[in-house]
Design a protein around this ligand. Sequence first.
Ligand SMILES: [Zn+2]
Ligand SMILES: [Zn+2]
Ligand SMILES: [Zn+2]
Length: 180
Amino acid sequence: MRVFACSFLALALPAFAQVFGCACDSARPETLAARECGLCKEGDKQPAAPAIFFLKDINPRKPNRLLALPRAHGKGPHSLAEMTPAARAELWTAAIEKAKSLWGAQWGVALNGDEVRTQCHMHLHIGKLIEDLETARFVVVDGPAGIPVPPDGSGMWVHPEGNKLHVHLDEQITETVLIR
Ligand SMILES: [Zn+2]
Ligand SMILES: [Zn+2]
Ligand SMILES: [Zn+2]
């Protein structure tokens, strides 16, 4: 029944909202058949540890992109808000370390908002920040543990500024700040 509900809703809702209807449950692999649950299946192929794993973006038009994902599943569409503060900090820390190792000071990490996510499994986009994108809506934090949780399911992007981090908030499509 659940897999039916998942794919039915994917058809019934506009394409940009497809993860909202997702009621998948990793304990029942048959519920992960929908396309928007593809990253859940990738998670289950990984060893139980480490807690964070990385995948190349499957889109061949985004050859410079990597994804950082928690090994653990959330319920239906995963959200940052339902993760524990420790799990969130672990995800951001791992993503930022990987981004730094690939792109030096030019790294960026982006979380798309719920309205535009096409995969239900929590994932952060890692890449090289496009230059000169600075916008007015950001907060400055000391490190990954200080990155806020958007209360409304909106997205955000993070980049270094000196020895602090800029967290740009209140956006939906954010991965476009990274080179493809
Ligand atoms: Zn799903
Ligand atoms: Zn999942
Ligand atoms: Zn900034």
